[in-house]
Design a protein. Structure first.
Length: 124
């Protein structure tokens, strides 16, 4: 009888210790996740990213091979109150160029990048 009581106490103690350890671990990991999210992604960066995606897509849609023909290096450059856009044109293959548009925030950190290939050819 004495042995059965001892086994029950050990099981109960182990269960309580396990539950306490799991609770502490859950709290610590939850706090770490909250801190990580607050540090790595401020709310304003989400707005910047959405604006960068929208504006860069609009710009890429308006470019044409005829406009880009004969141009090399930096071809686009403009600034809004929050973001700075710079586009560079690189030769990708014969009659194909790549436009790379980088979007930077007001601290000079890259927020977004978009690349697109354009077919350029000389009309005869």
């Amino acid at each position: 009888m004495h042995m059965a009581t001892l086994v029950k106490k050990i099981k109960a103690t182990t269960l309580v210790e396990t539950l306490v350890a799991m609770t502490v671990l859950s709290l610590v990991s939850g706090m770490a996740m909250i801190i990580f999210i607050q540090v790595s992604a401020p709310a304003s960066s989400v707005v910047y990213l959405m604006e960068a995606q929208q504006r860069s897509a609009e710009v890429m849609d308006t470019l044409s091979g005829g406009y880009l023909e004969g141009k090399r290096g930096r071809v686009l450059e403009w600034e809004t109150d929050k973001l700075y856009y710079e586009g560079e044109l690189l030769e990708y293959a014969e009659e194909v160029v790549q436009v790379e548009l980088n979007v930077l925030d007001n601290r000079g950190r890259q927020v977004y990048q978009r690349r697109r290939l354009y077919y350029v050819h000389e009309e005869e």
